[in-house]
Write a protein that binds this ligand. Structure first.
Ligand code: NAD
Ligand code: TYD
Length: 365
């Protein structure tokens, strides 16, 4: 049966605070939301760390219903001010330190933003929630990851919403901590929170250091394609717009206090994914320094504590909220490769000195 909690015959205009809205998924979500619900108010709060990029939001900057605020989710004074002056009823919380490899190099920032930042945001929303205007329709949507469930063996069933948490990296541990806080604020204070745990996303605007953009960009500049360990680790891949569509149905029809798993049902071994990307590059790119691209594939030292397999069961979201992915992995990868081919001016400036330093730390040491 499809749940219809919070659904209204006439849609009420929402006033959203989108944290981390200049990052990869957050910016895709903002562009999606502004196009789909142009009468809603969308306020982005983003600290513009290395992963945040205001250019991602160029298509909506200047719209009357859109506002960008540079700031930190750990800044309680700023949060109180924004929630109140914008009369926010819906928080879509994406802001996080999100890269496992960076969490291995420096876990402190992950605890600060993911745990302390989420706590600060929850506290601010709890305070704000007492004001009568925002009491009707509110939702605190916490965007989380399947990595909190840990690593699967080859024949284990996919993660469900009741799989016990077993995070293995500082990143997933900090996300697990934030999930627990969000859950506790529902149970203790009745705050209308919802958690989504999603598999690996891919698509436009993903920062160059994540697997798929890294492979596309390295192929375009003739650099090695570094595959960790034996390349047999498995991830489930979801096109980012399908994640945004899932968050849309969760905001509109999800039930407070619930968790929803989101996944693409596309389990792929890393080495197979990289091979597919190489084939797409060979086909779609005209000026490759090395062809075929697969000649650039290099097996490198494995990531410490590298989770072997993730797989996610999204049946709850499918049956309760009638969501399913709309983009096949073949189509999504082609769209993504084309996007990186056509948007060199987006990614070239991101290969900065800071990026090169990070790159040397992960791949050369
Ligand atoms: P991202 O790293 O691309 O973007 C994170 C954004 O948060 C950036 O714009 C950054 O500037 C901002 N930010 C970081 N610290 C902040 C702070 N203290 N205050 C305000 N803003 C801050 O991440 P992403 O890949 O877009 O992931 C977004 C969310 O989705 C994260 O919570 C992540 O855990 C979750 N998630 C990601 C994936 C994935 O495959 N990328 C999958 C499942 C869940
Ligand atoms: P990543 O995009 O970092 O996502 P996550 O680790 O959060 O799933 O990496 C996806 C997979 O690709 C993961 O198994 C690690 C692997 N990987 C490589 O083999 N080489 C690389 O250079 C990177 C960045 C990732």
């Amino acid at each position: 049966m499809i749940d219809s909690w919070n659904e209204k015959a006439v849609r009420v205009h929402r006033r959203l605070l989108v944290t981390g809205g200049a990052g990869f998924i957050g910016s895709n979500f903002v562009l999606y939301w502004c196009d789909t619900y142009p009468d809603d108010r969308v306020v982005v709060l983003d600290a513009l760390t290395y992963a945040g990029n205001r250019r991602n939001l160029a298509d909506v900057e200047g719209r009357e219903n859109f506002r960008f605020v540079e700031g930190d989710i750990c800044d309680r004074t700023l949060l109180d001010k924004l929630l109140q002056e914008e009369n926010i009823d819906t928080v879509a919380h994406f802001a996080a330190e999100s890269h496992v490899d960076r969490s291995i190099l420096g876990p402190g920032a992950f605890v600060q933003t993911n745990v302390v930042g989420t706590f600060t945001l929850l506290e601010a929303f709890r305070q704000h929630w007492k004001t009568p205007l925002s009491k009707q329709e509110g939702i605190f949507l916490h965007v989380s990851t399947d990595e909190v469930y840990g690593s699967l063996g080859p024949n284990d069933p996919a993660f469900t919403e009741t799989t016990p948490y077993a995070p293995n990296s500082p990143y997933s541990a900090s996300k697990a901590g934030s999930d627990h806080l969000v859950r506790a604020y529902y149970h203790t204070y009745g705050l209308p929170t919802i958690i989504t745990n999603c598999s690996n996303n891919y698509g436009p605007y993903q920062f160059p250091e994540k697997l798929i953009p890294l492979m596309c960009i390295n192929a375009l500049i003739g650099k090695n394609l570094p595959v960790y360990g034996d390349g047999q680790n498995v991830r489930d891949w979801l096109y980012v717009i399908d994640h945004c569509r899932a968050l849309d149905v969760v905001i509109h029809r999800g039930k407070p206090g619930e968790t929803y798993n989101v996944g693409g049902n596309n389990e792929v071994k890393n080495i197979d994914l990289v091979q597919t990307l190489c084939e797409l590059m060979d086909k779609l790119a005209t000026d490759l320094p090395v062809r075929p691209c697969s000649n650039l594939i290099t097996f490198v030292k494995d990531r410490q504590g590298h989770d072997r397999r993730y797989a996610i069961n999204s049946n709850k979201l499918k049956t309760k909220l009638d969501w399913s992915p709309s983009v096949t992995v073949e189509e999504g990868l082609r769209l993504t490769v084309e996007w990186y081919l056509n948007n060199r001016d987006w990614w070239e400036p991101l290969l900065s000195e800071e990026y090169q330093t990070y790159y040397r730390q992960v791949y050369v040491s």
